[in-house]
Design a protein around this ligand. Structure first.
Ligand code: GLN
Length: 326
């Protein structure tokens, strides 16, 4: 026993982090059977639910990747972060927040109930209604190809493309998003062509990324919008701050509050099983685990982040006096 403890003490910080992540992976794998892959987009129903991967990329130190960290999956709602960054940069915060609010919704990600009230707007840009409103502004300014190129840069992943099968599957079955778009149009919140807007939005969701690409993106957000190695600023400080704040309060849909208590860092989920998390000033984290909980968030991914956040003390409100197991 002492031998093992002595050997643990001799490990480098990076090795200790690897030990923590690999034991958290083993724990998280056990709960995969409690979740299901999304099937409302038929093509996503063909994904193997047992996959799990993570990449943690600290601002200083080596990138740590495990499991299915380099498997491609569709980014889905994590793309709402990228569209929001671009909208803030290209259209400006004033225009963005004329179209959507900045409050948690407490409703499912694809809810349209709030849109039926007079003078209402989507609660925030990280749910479907808000992201569709954002897409309708972006199509006036940029092409989808511009957004794809930006995504390749910010994710440091030139291989990102559209998964055509998933795109076709979603665009031919997206009655709910179509209903949202027409409601938004009826309220004057969409002034672009509805089909162009839905095509743009759905293409954003169909980009195929890896957990590693998401970690690269998270690391730029963690570093105030600056690419560490070159010093290139990818977005303004104000954009980085707005995006991280909305991720913290609204990034996990109607599971955002519980996630904030349990994990305590900004994050964004997608029904493809992706999770983007940001440990501010410390690391970007990408996770892939396609089995989802009832709110549409990766079931094993949340468990993994919860364990890692506790063990690596990532929670924004971490207090050294706390008992980790409480
Ligand atoms: N493309 C999906 C949709 O519009 C994205 C939803 C999600 O990832 N939560 O329903």
């Amino acid at each position: 026993m002492n031998n093992i403890i002595d050997r643990y003490r001799e490990l480098t910080e990076a090795d200790k982090t690897k030990v923590i992540i690999s034991s958290a992976m083993a724990e998280a794998r056990k709960i995969i059977p409690g979740g299901n892959v999304a099937t409302y987009i038929p093509e996503l129903g063909n994904v193997d639910p047992n996959q799990l991967g993570i990449c943690l990329f600290p601002l200083t130190g080596e990138k740590i990747c495990m499991g299915d960290y380099n498997k491609r999956f569709t980014i889905q709602s994590v793309s709402k972060v990228i569209a929001l960054i671009l909208a803030l940069e290209v259209c400006g915060a004033k225009r963005v927040f004329e179209k959507t609010g900045a409050e948690p919704s407490g409703e499912a990600f694809n809810s349209l109930v709030e849109l039926d009230r007079e003078n209402s707007r989507p609660y925030n840009p990280l749910i479907n209604s808000g992201a569709i409103a954002i897409a309708s502004e972006l199509v006036k300014e940029i092409s989808f190809y511009d957004l794809l190129r930006f995504t390749r840069v910010i994710c440091d992943d030139p291989e990102i493309n559209i998964n055509e099968d998933v795109f076709k599957s979603e665009i031919s079955t997206c009655s709910r998003n179509r209903a949202i778009a027409y409601l938004l149009e009826s309220k004057g919140l969409i002034t672009s062509d509805v089909d162009d807007t839905l095509n743009f939005y759905t293409k954003c969701c169909s980009m195929d990324v890896t957990a590693e690409s998401l970690a690269n993106l998270g690391r730029i957000l963690a570093n105030d919008g600056v690419f560490k190695e070159t010093g290139d600023r990818i977005m303004t400080s104000s954009t980085a701050r707005i995006v991280k704040t909305l991720m913290l309060t609204c990034g996990m849909y109607d599971g955002s509050g519980t996630f904030a208590i349990q994990v305590g860092i900004p994050a964004k989920s997608g029904v493809g099983g992706g999770l983007l998390a940001v440990s501010d000033k410390r690391a970007g984290i990408g996770v892939f685990g396609p089995a989802l909980d009832e709110k549409g968030n990766s079931i094993a991914g949340i468990n993994l982040l919860r364990n890692i956040s506790n063990k690596l003390r990532l929670n924004l409100f971490y207090d050294p006096e706390w008992n980790e197991d409480e």
